[in-house]
Design a protein around this ligand. Sequence first.
Ligand code: AMP
Ligand code: ZN
Length: 465
Amino acid sequence: MSFRVYNTLTRRLEEFVPQQPGHARLYTCGPTVYNIAHIGNFRAYVFEDLLRRWLQFKGFRVTQVMNLTDVDDKTIRDSQAAGQPLTEFTAQFKHAFFDDIRALNIEPAEHYPAATDHIPEMIHLIQVLLDKGYAYQSDDGSIYFSIDKWPSYGKLAQLNREGMRPGARITADEYDKENVADFALWKAWDEQDGDVAWESPWGRGRPGWHIECSAMSMKYLGPSFDIHTGGVDNIFPHHEDEIAQSEAATGQPFATYWLHCAHLMVDGQKMSKSRGNFYTLRDVLAQGYTGREIRYELLATHYRAPLNFTFASLVAARTALRRIDEFTARLAELAQGAAAADLPGWADTAALHFEAAMDDDLNISAALAALFAAIREGNAAMDAKTLTPEGAAAVQDLFRRWDTALGVLQKPTQVIPDDVQALLDRRQVARAEKDWAQSDALRDEITARGWTVKDTPKGQTATKA
Ligand code: AMP
Ligand code: ZN
């Protein structure tokens, strides 16, 4: 069956058809590493993980790119407030991010490019836009994208072009629809930037936020790819600007499908750093909840519906997981390693319902309903002693298969000690930064502590030697 997704670009449900048969190419806007990500951010990353896993469930090979925004207005502002060099300041939050995605059982993306490693690619892209006449230099040396030159500007956010003010400029990375204007591709150095600057054909300066994602997605996925995602707050201006500058530069459609998740809310307001109404993953773990419970909570509401965060809902997540664990333990006891036979009829029905629900724009509520219906039927069959060990083994297989998509049904088993984990985290960052010497040195240290690290297409894995 085909997988349908809601495309923000067309405001319609559409069948997912990748540009390259069998290969889904996905760009997901990653964290701005100026602080520890809050669980609102993780709602977006868990949604993207579910999308990635579902594409794999459907048999697609997935290439996912998640960028790390390690230079922008916020990283510069806060590194200066902390009195730290930018790279040192952002490194700690990169480490924290990789710790947190692991705690939430988020599968690693294939690429985690950092913006500061791609300045030449950004400069090149800006030069193309200048050469083609879509960009211009202002008096202070900054380069702006001229929205007046790009008639389809506003197509993603569905902006009314009447209200646009040709020639007006906005320097900030983030702004609202009332301030639609020519946006900065390259920001000439000013005092507020301190020592953060790169040489460019237009003098010293630094990139704007939006150009980072265009340059990095093109480098790893090509000028045109399948799916671009983020939270709804990314639609404008970030994704609108990405589309304009990318399509103006390449003359090709940038991404076919645009998927956006609704916000994680607190008391009716978006959870955000600036409002101060946020919890980090660490805050919630410190309250005694597990990464698995938090993942379940973030996963269990459809990605396009706002989700109100409460501790009561985490308790409900715990109860749901307990029910799942009791059922899978009971199945294991009955199956005792028996070879799987055909699925019982009720499990077959649940399998069909689950897949149809997920194919319908990741309708997780209906998918979980199918899963709990299977638990109900399965428990009743075990009470009535009508489920055979071979039938139980088949249901175990079904749950394992479902879990490749959900990543929440199995209890985590292997516990990696903190010191080894810290080394693994540093190695992941070293690899993302292509620092192979450092990566090898860290591997030796990990081996010395009795663990074997392997690099797989899905990232590094560690097992006790
Ligand atoms: P940022 O680090 O602010 O660039 O955000 C990283 C990602 O988290 C983006 O995809 C945002 O859209 C998303 N995001 C930020 N706040 C929330 C929230 N409260 N709920 C869901 N997603 C969010
Ligand atoms: Zn982005």
